[in-house]
Design a protein around this ligand. Structure first.
Ligand code: SF4
Ligand code: SF4
Length: 177
């Protein structure tokens, strides 16, 4: 069972970014006015951060799930999968941030199959899985994927239960700030 409450926040034994630098591309870094989906001007691809000692707090505190969760296999390493996984601390949604250089990476197996399994595992507790391509969000539900489009600052994802003849499902929408 996927339980973000039990997730470690520090790197798992033996885990190291190595040559991966994908989080320096896929996320925005407000302190550097760096938009999501473009390489940080301080990144040395394949090597790491060029301003390691003075990098913003935003960067210091971040470890992707591949780094902290030893049970994620080598195929999930972001430089290989082209996917950076994290858990939103407020909602406990799982975020899958896709490399815009490989926008369909999350649709490939084994990734898509596993993402669907996580969506099903978190469904009852409303811990949804959200795939981001830059700022554009798609909520993955067990039975379908819901494209919400660009999420602005403060926009929220709201899911409501709905009973159908086939059982319980959710309607998902973006609520503006
Ligand atoms: S995406 Fe993960 S493994 Fe890659 S550089 Fe960032 S923290 Fe390290
Ligand atoms: S400042 Fe360093 S760690 Fe932060 S995004 Fe840029 S290269 Fe990556």
């Amino acid at each position: 069972m996927l339980d973000p409450a039990a997730f470690a926040s520090e790197p798992a034994p033996g885990r190291d970014c190595g040559t991966c630098t994908l989080c320096c591309k896929v996320y925005d870094v407000p302190a550097l006015e760096k938009p999501a989906g473009t390489w940080c001007r301080h990144c040395v691809p394949g090597r790491g951060c060029g301003i390691h000692e003075t990098r913003p707090q935003h960067c210091r505190s971040f470890h992707c799930l591949w780094m902290t969760q030893g049970w994620l296999g080598p195929e999930w390493k972001p430089e290989r999968s082209k996917l950076v996984l994290s858990v939103d601390p407020a909602t406990r949604f799982m975020f899958v941030q896709v490399d815009p250089g490989a926008p369909a990476a999350w649709k490939r197996d084994p990734f898509y199959r596993q993402i669907k399994q996580w969506a099903a595992a978190g469904f009852a507790e409303r811990r949804h899985v959200v795939v981001f391509l830059n700022k554009s969000a798609t909520v993955v539900l067990p039975d379908r994927d819901v494209v919400l489009g660009v999420l602005g600052p403060g926009d929220r994802i709201v899911a409501r239960e709905r009973r159908t003849q086939a059982g319980l499902t959710y309607d998902v929408e973006k609520v503006a700030a």
